[in-house]
Write a protein that binds this ligand. Structure first.
Ligand SMILES: *Cc1c(COP(=O)(O)O)cnc(C)c1O
Length: 452
């Protein structure tokens, strides 16, 4: 019989995990499989930490979102927000489902082209579009969402040289009751700037005003903000028709739907508080249907939903490195998942659970990552079962903004695996190693030799 490990007993004041006002205590689940593959098997095959993406979940969530909108308003088109997760395999799943591409840089534009998206199915957003980027976009007949007047003037100058009409929309910022207001992107609605931009575009022979765009913010918990936004865009459609006899072909309501993650400091979990796709769809489509836009000229509704589509499909698996007591007696756990790989831990309290069956006792615990940096905290105070070195953990809802915003810092970035609909796993991005990390570095000749 193995000798039991002794741990010095401590007495600590209970300061977390007491039942909340709804009488719920700490509810610690565990996850031992992802799409029927054992977590331990995934880690054994691909290493730890490890990102895992469920193709099945991506498709199911996408179809749920499409049906929420399509059942209310038939002319809809999603465009996948590349910056949310631009791993090619992920983008390709969305493109197979029929989603266009929404990009915010020349790099993302090139990625979308390389993924096989025709230029005329790329929406090009963002404040940073160089003349080269704009030339590429105009040549490929992409839909350019103009952010500011300087960009508009560049397009007016470039289009005749390329010999193609530039297909444009303007990004519009507005007061929708969401504060702080995102007024740094696009043209303002209330002060008339958006209308001015429209009046500058309409007479231009080489520009074709196709759409109006807004992206009011992210993690928006009040669907009504979208009603206000759709209403304001619709009023411009009517005004453009009156003045120019020109029909706007599409309204793009951007992204911003909340995923089911829990914001830091939130009282209740995101799974209880976040609106559903139906709530958002009702808010937007009702505003369009009830607007003064003529029935036979209803614009196509574009959506650039990012986090709400993919967050749930991503998991981050890791391993316990150590178990220790802090000076005040609190239990802490050191795991091999750091904030360098979990960028969204700065604003979410991610749900982290043990993989497999664990010790029935739980304790107030702080979970640290492996970095030699004080900021590397995965969860601050969580009722967590007592785990041991080598036990495995799963962090849920990491599909959005982690595999793009991750930092190469101290450790190599890990493998990313996708589990297909038949339960087969595929590496879709290899882990970094010494060779890949040194690929771009150059050492000047005089520093080649060192003398110790
Ligand atoms: C980031 C971004 C999105 C996606 O936003 P989510 O909040 O993830 O849905 C959509 N459109 C634009 C213009 C963006 O910048």
């Amino acid at each position: 019989m193995e000798k039991l490990r002794f741990e010095r007993p401590v007495i600590t004041r209970i300061n977390a995990g007491v039942p909340d006002k709804f009488g719920r205590g700490a509810n610690i689940q565990s996850i031992s499989t992802i799409d029927d593959i054992e977590v331990s098997e995934l880690i054994a095959n691909y290493g730890s930490p490890l990102f895992v993406i469920s193709e099945k979940k991506i498709r199911a969530t996408y179809q749920e979102a499409v049906s929420a909108f399509k059942t209310r308003y038939p002319k809809i088109q999603f465009a996948w927000s590349y910056k949310t997760n631009y791993l090619n395999a992920v983008c390709k799943v969305y493109h197979q489902e029929g989603s266009w591409a929404e990009v915010v840089s020349g790099f993302e534009f090139e990625k979308a082209l390389a993924n096989g998206v025709p230029g005329n199915k790329i929406l090009f957003n963002g404040p940073d579009k160089s003349d080269e980027d704009l030339t590429m976009a105009i040549s490929h007949e992409a839909l350019i969402h103009i952010d500011h007047f300087d960009e508009l003037y560049s397009i007016i100058a470039l289009a005749p040289k390329i010999g193609k009409k530039a297909k444009v929309a303007i990004r519009i910022n507005m007061d929708t009751g969401i504060y702080p207001r995102w007024d740094r992107f696009g043209f303002n609605y209330e002060n008339g700037e958006a209308w001015t931009a429209i009046n500058k575009i309409m007479p231009e022979p080489d520009l074709d005003l196709m759409g109006l765009h807004t992206h009011i913010g992210t993690y928006i918990l009040t669907p009504n903000a979208y009603t206000v936004a759709a209403d304001k865009l619709a009023s411009l459609v009517v005004r453009i028709k009156q003045k120019y006899d020109h029909y706007i072909k599409y309204l793009d309501l951007g992204g911003g739907f909340a995923s089911k993650n829990t914001l830091k400091g939130a009282y209740l979990p995101g799974t209880d508080t976040c609106p559903s796709f139906d709530d958002y769809a009702e808010a937007i489509t009702a505003a369009l249907i009830n607007s003064d836009i003529q029935h036979d000229h209803m614009p196509t509704l574009f959506l650039e939903t990012g986090r709400a589509l993919i967050d749930d499909a991503g998991y981050l698996l890791g391993t316990v490195l150590a178990n220790k007591r802090l000076a005040d007696g609190r239990r802490s756990l050191v795991i091999d998942i750091g904030v360098n790989n979990l960028f969204t831990s700065f604003w979410y309290d991610h749900q982290i659970v043990p993989a497999g069956i664990v010790h029935p006792d739980s304790e107030d615990t702080t979970i640290y990552g492996p970095l030699c940096m004080n900021i590397d905290v995965i969860r601050n105070a969580i009722q967590f079962p007592v785990l041991e070195k080598g036990n495995q953990v799963v962090i849920k809802r990491v599909g959005a903004y982690n595999m793009t915003q991750w930092l190469q810092f101290i450790t190599y970035r890990p493998n990313v695996v996708m589990i297909d609909e038949n339960g087969k796993s595929h590496v879709i991005r290899e882990n970094e190693n010494h060779a890949t990390m040194n690929e771009l570095e150059r050492v000047p000749e005089h520093l080649k030799e060192i003398y110790l």
